[in-house]
Design a protein. Structure first.
Length: 339
């Protein structure tokens, strides 16, 4: 596998705060405090200056914050202070999600996305939000992936979620839907359309010159010749054949239980999985503390840590900052590769 190196970045990254009652703010503060040792690109947070200061204190970090009026000012401020584009803070309490906090998270996401779409930021990093809490305040999307796609003018079906860590890249081809719906949603066209997006993004954003895609089966033993389900024969194998005709290096359908071993992972650059947990269980088992959720197929680069709001540990100094740091680093690297 040949991998191209990233070049210089065009501007700061914009980071949305995430739910203020979750671990997002403290991990953003932690990432800023490690900016030199982790060699992170400059970033600015959209809103929540007081929340960030308090979240930092909960981890024993004294966080200098620089209020900025535009993202242009972030680069100069970043070495000495965390640049924060001022929005109101509102009331918040770690571990206790509230309506007000969800509104702040939604406002921060909207503003960070808007500014990145306008080209004021080199890439977008989204802090973790709780989808159910956001829905209560009018957020009408299954997740941030679909929200950002819509803001970019892209059909949400053409925004592809990939979870990426040092040991595995995994793509759930169906995402936030009930398991019972999965067989009704899987079609040859869906697999082909999303696989094309993955192959293109692995080249443009990850520098993989000839991406190798491993396509999972849906059923035990990939259907065992139709004995345990026929989606492999009717849908998945024809999709793989079509992709290969187009010159995409796709293989499968593979028995899902054996395709994530260390030996199997050497054979591909991304695993395309039929449903959310088929992709995210191996990814989070192997790479939870370095896993990044990256949206492929957008005109902008968007990443997020693989974990959620973790309300159970917010404000206790227990949250591992690795995935947030990896999300910031990956956003910078992908944006720099696009140039
Ligand atoms: N990036 C995102 O926006 C994102 C990702 C996943 C889940 N979510 C949302 O987060 C909410 C909670 O989801 P969940 O409970 O399924 O997942 P979660 O990742 O928030 O928590 C799962 C478990 O992992 C632990 N954990 C999470 N991050 C950790 C870290 N950095 N260090 C140490 N331990 C950590 C938590 O304490 C918890 O025990 C849901 O509402 C979901 O929608 C958001
Ligand atoms: N399934 C994702 C994960 O566990 O990482 C997560 O829920 C985030 O989804 P959005 O980025 O679409 O909000």
């Amino acid at each position: 596998m040949s991998v191209a190196s990233p070049g210089p970045l065009s501007g700061p990254l914009a980071i949305s705060l995430g739910d203020p009652a979750g671990i997002g703010p403290e991990l953003i503060a932690e990432a800023w405090s490690r900016r030199d040792s982790e060699r992170l690109p400059p970033f600015a947070v959209i809103g929540g200056a007081e929340i960030l200061r308090a979240a930092a204190r909960s981890r024993g970090i004294e966080l200098p914050v620089k209020a900025i009026a535009s993202l242009d000012a972030a680069g100069d401020a970043f070495a000495a202070a965390l640049p924060v584009l001022d929005l109101q803070d509102g009331a918040w309490s770690p571990g206790a999600p509230s309506r007000e906090g969800a509104e702040l998270a939604m406002g921060s996401l909207a503003e960070a996305t808007r500014r990145t779409v306008r080209g004021e930021a080199a890439a977008l990093v989204t802090g973790p939000v709780a989808k159910a809490r956001l829905a209560e305040v009018g957020f009408d999307h299954p997740g941030q992936t679909e929200y950002v796609a819509t803001a970019c003018g892209i059909a949400s079906g053409d925004a592809v979620m990939m979870l990426a860590g040092p040991r595995l890249r995994a793509v759930p081809l169906t995402v936030h839907v009930a398991l019972a719906q999965v067989p009704t949603l899987l079609t040859r066209d869906l697999i082909v359309r999303r696989a094309r997006i993955v192959a293109t993004a692995l080249q443009s954003d990850f520098g993989v010159s000839r991406p190798r895609l491993a396509i999972a089966g849906l059923n035990p033993h990939a259907g065992e010749d139709g004995r345990f389900g026929d989606e492999e024969q009717r849908i998945i194998a024809p999709a793989v054949a079509l992709l290969r005709e187009e010159g995409i290096d796709a293989a499968g359908p593979f028995p899902p239980d054996a395709m994530f071993t260390a030996r199997a992972r050497e054979q591909y650059d991304a695993a395309l999985c039929m449903f959310h947990d088929q992709a995210l269980i191996p990814l989070k088992t192997l790479d939870f503390d370095e896993g990044v959720n990256v949206t492929l197929g957008l005109p902008l680069v968007r990443t997020s840590p693989d974990h959620g709001t973790a309300f159970d540990i917010a404000g206790k100094g227990l949250a591992d900052p690795g995935a947030m740091i990896a999300a910031i680093r990956m956003a910078g690297d992908c944006a720099a590769r696009r140039g």
